[in-house]
Design a protein around this ligand. Structure first.
Ligand SMILES: [Zn+2]
Length: 292
């Protein structure tokens, strides 16, 4: 079976849950699983390059039979090999390589190249992760604002004109259902760039409350959120766009989101200071009230 020579088209950035698709390739994926590649998908996959938002859960339906999707992972092919997740040897955009969504299913699933399928992502799971992801970006901007007075030199600015602490210091970002966990390394190069971390340990509660209050004011204003994109392929650049009281904010983002900041009602942020082999690490936990 020929490997696909085009990137997968994706509809999840627009909030779609269901897609009618054609299977273009089926390959063994290890762990008694098959990788199903389709021309289009509504399934958000995890990206090993920046694994912030987990994959959707849901099914792939063939002839009315639902097959559980065990995982969905970004994969890449040069026409000779299909490399899945961490095994991808090249960067996105490398000439001669296509980037695709691999839907992983049990190896005894009755699905073949050429099949017409319906892909369905689970709505409650998607919503919980979208809430978490929108909250994550709002919290990062609010954190930049709360830390702005700690910069003594001109730093790169964020979407609202504050020094971009989040963009400069981020080590990892994990989206969870109804929340997120962001880790920032307060290393020497950050301090040389002009960030003063002195006394931070004593201000964590005050800072967390300030971030929470800023998000609350944005929730009250109720601005819209959407994903802007350069095209409908998996590799096309996408941005989170939020209408905030201080202006329109744009952040590069491949994930899924809710459509209004009003949905983050009850969001709370807490900060912790830890240590990774001598480097201080600031952890920000963001939680949104679960749907009633
Ligand atoms: Zn994002």
């Amino acid at each position: 079976m020929a490997l696909p020579s085009a990137d997968t088209r994706v509809t999840y950035p627009a909030g779609e849950l269901e897609a009618a698709a054609r299977v273009v390739h089926v390959a063994p994926a290890g762990d008694a699983q098959l990788a199903i590649i389709t021309d289009v998908t509504s399934f958000h996959p995890i990206d090993a390059g920046w694994p912030d938002q987990p994959a959707d859960t849901g099914t792939l339906s063939v002839g009315g039979v639902d097959i559980a999707v065990r995982d969905a992972v970004v994969a890449a092919t040069d026409g000779a090999v299909l490399a899945i997740g961490d095994d991808i040897p090249v960067r996105k955009g490398t000439e001669g390589w296509s980037f695709v969504v691999a839907h992983l299913v049990d190896e005894d699933a009755a699905v073949a190249e050429g099949d017409d399928v319906v892909i369905r992502a689970d709505a409650p799971t998607r919503r919980a992760l979208s809430l978490g992801h929108t909250a994550c970006h709002a919290a990062s901007l609010a954190l930049n604002q709360a830390l702005a007075t700690r910069w003594s030199k001109t730093a790169r600015q964020d979407a609202l004109g504050n020094p971009d602490f989040d963009g400069i210091a981020i080590a990892s970002s994990r989206i969870e259902p109804h929340g997120s966990v962001d880790r920032y390394r307060l290393n020497k190069s950050l301090r040389r760039a002009g960030f003063d971390a002195a006394g931070l340990a004593d201000e964590l509660e005050t800072l967390g409350d300030a971030v929470t209050r800023t998000i609350s004011s944005w929730v009250a204003a109720g601005g819209s959120v959407h994903v802007e994109r350069d095209g409908d392929l998996l590799t096309d650049r996408r941005r989170w766009v939020a209408d905030l009281p201080d202006g329109i904010a744009r952040i590069e983002c491949g994930g899924t989101h809710v459509t209004s900041l009003a949905e983050l009602a009850g969001a709370r942020v807490s900060l912790e200071l830890g240590d990774d082999q001598g480097t201080p690490v600031l952890t920000m936990r963001t939680r949104v009230a679960a749907d009633r």
